[in-house]
Design a protein around this ligand. Structure first.
Ligand code: NDP
Length: 472
């Protein structure tokens, strides 16, 4: 088992002779390592390797590929601590809480789930009208493009089902979390056959773009922003490349007047502030009924005041910095705009702009107009707007009025009433009395401009396969 220092040294050694980039800790500004910056030539070479390895990988039995995936999960588990430490230093998220150790644990769980989900041949008809069965064949080479917020776990969501179904993979990680994903792939490649899993650390606008334009890529798995998702649709259209797009959201939560504010406060907090708000399916706009508004805001503020934010390697912290300066600036701009609109700052909203890290304090903004920028735009950070409503139909209308619809939540002590309301909300998942919990067997994805396709479970496996009917 390697230590953190050994793992980082091995990853940095892959930087080689070519172009490199210094990587800084977003919490302290300290230099943590040197990452390779590759280009389109290295991408083409990676696709060559993936194409060369694919027939033999596809020719293995399902059980053999399952065994490889389980060995990859064991390898991640054995390297969990150094992986979590690198993730914490590069991404900024703390080791503890639902953060770095949790993310590495998620990589293990999702790899095992992709290995363990049965996908038998489906008999479609078998009667006097005929016989037909459905097989799920490999597509070929899958191109995976992952973001910086959950860089290891989201890469695994793309890699593990693709490999299970007999595809090989070329992965492009986000530029600002390259080392973490290089380390993850290095650990997995200790047990996977050569050429099956390839990684090309390079910029989205060149390497990412070329990956999505390549006629040699059969399927793109993408998680990131809606504008980039639209670019990928255009770039891949000439090849009719299959796409799964998990794009941005701006998830609404609707709190009904029958809740116990004290009881829901902690779930509300983590729904909004998990990963310091940098989560696609986090609660980003909270609509609270007038009858319980003041109490919900008060209870939420009490919970938030007890959640320490700081450097990830310090044990007590459960919230970290924003991962990069661009994201800090988005949160800062939106909160400033809310403040100047006359909304009430319950807590936070006053970052120290001279600090070396990108810390933005936990911020609750109350009595904000339903059409203020902080409500309408995705903040993707630790600042929650809380909107007062008095008519539930109006709250549903506001929840549905945006172009995105990844997740949503309804909060009520009456589960049936909450389920009825869920049916009226346009989102890929509606949680009741919680927000953002994912399970490897439960399909996840967005409605409207939050993307298309579903990940996880049987649906997720089918999404990285070519359905083939054998009839007669
Ligand atoms: P992007 O969508 O630009 O980045 C996501 C991934 O796409 C990265 O690997 C990026 O590479 C790559 N990429 C960028 N441009 C292209 C392209 N033309 N073709 C192919 N791949 C490309 O998101 P940002 O990092 O710019 O974040 C902006 C906003 O997106 C955030 O504020 C947030 O609102 C949202 N977001 C949503 C996420 C989610 O989980 N759904 C995750 C991250 C962000 P590179 O890093 O090298 O640019």
């Amino acid at each position: 088992m390697s230590t953190y220092e050994q793992l980082l040294a091995q990853v940095v050694a892959t930087a080689g002779e070519g172009e490199t980039r210094e990587v800084f800790d977003p919490a302290t500004g300290d230099l943590i390592g040197i990452a390779p910056v590759q280009g389109v030539a290295e991408l083409e070479a990676a696709i060559d390797r993936a194409e060369a390895a694919q027939p033999a990988w596809a020719a293995l039995s399902d059980d053999e590929r399952i065994a490889y995936l389980n060995r990859a999960a064991d390898a991640i588990e054995a390297a969990a601590e150094p992986l979590a430490e690198l993730l914490s230093r590069e991404q900024g998220k703390p080791l503890n809480g639902p953060n770095a150790r949790f993310e590495v644990g998620g990589c293990v769980a999702w790899t095992r789930a992709a290995a363990g989900t049965p996908l038998p041949v489906e008999v479609l008809i078998d009667d006097e009208s005929g016989y037909a069965e459905m097989h799920y064949r490999p597509i070929g080479v899958v191109g995976a493009i992952s973001p910086w917020n959950w860089p290891m776990m989201i890469s695994i969501w793309q890699i593990a089902p693709s490999l299970r179904m007999g595809n090989t993979v070329v992965l492009k990680p986000a530029e600002t979390t390259t080392l973490s994903v290089l380390a993850l792939v290095k650990v997995m490649n200790e047990v996977l056959p050569e050429g099956v899993l390839n990684i090309v650390p390079g910029p989205g606008r060149t390497v990412g773009d070329a990956l999505t334009r390549s006629p040699r890529i059969g399927k793109i798995m993408f998680t990131g922003s809606t504008p980039t998702g639209k670019r990928i649709i255009e770039a891949s259209a000439p090849n009719v490349t299959r796409l799964t797009l998990e794009l941005g959201g701006n998830d609404a939560g609707i709190v009904l007047p029958d809740v116990d504010p004290k009881e829901i406060a902690e779930n509300l907090f983590w729904g909004a502030f998990i990963n310091t708000g940098q989560t696609c399916a986090a609660l980003k706009r909270l609509y609270v009924h007038d009858d319980v508004y003041d109490e919900v805001v008060e209870e939420l503020a009490k919970v938030a005041a007890n959640m320490p934010m700081g450097v990830g390697l310090e044990d007590q912290n459960v919230l970290g910095p924003l991962q990069n300066k661009a994201q800090f600036d988005i949160v800062d701009r939106l909160v400033e705009s809310a403040k100047s609109s006359g909304a009430r700052v319950v807590m936070g909203g006053d970052p120290d702009r001279d600090q070396p890290g990108y810390f933005y304090p936990t911020t609750l903004i109350a009595d904000i107009d339903a059409h203020q920028d902080l409500v309408l735009e995705e903040q993707f950070g630790p600042a929650l707007p809380i909107i007062r409503y008095s008519d539930v139909d109006e709250a549903v209308k506001l929840a549905n009025e945006l172009e995105v619809g990844l997740g949503a939540s309804v909060w009520s002590s009456d589960r049936d009433k909450a389920r009825e309301l869920a049916a009226r909300i346009q989102a890929g998942t509606v949680w009741i009395n919680s927000h953002g919990g994912l399970h490897p067997m439960v399909p996840f994805g967005g409605a409207k401009q939050s993307g298309y396709g579903r990940e996880f479970g049987t649906l997720g496996l089918k999404a990285v396969a070519e359905p083939q009917v054998v009839s007669g």
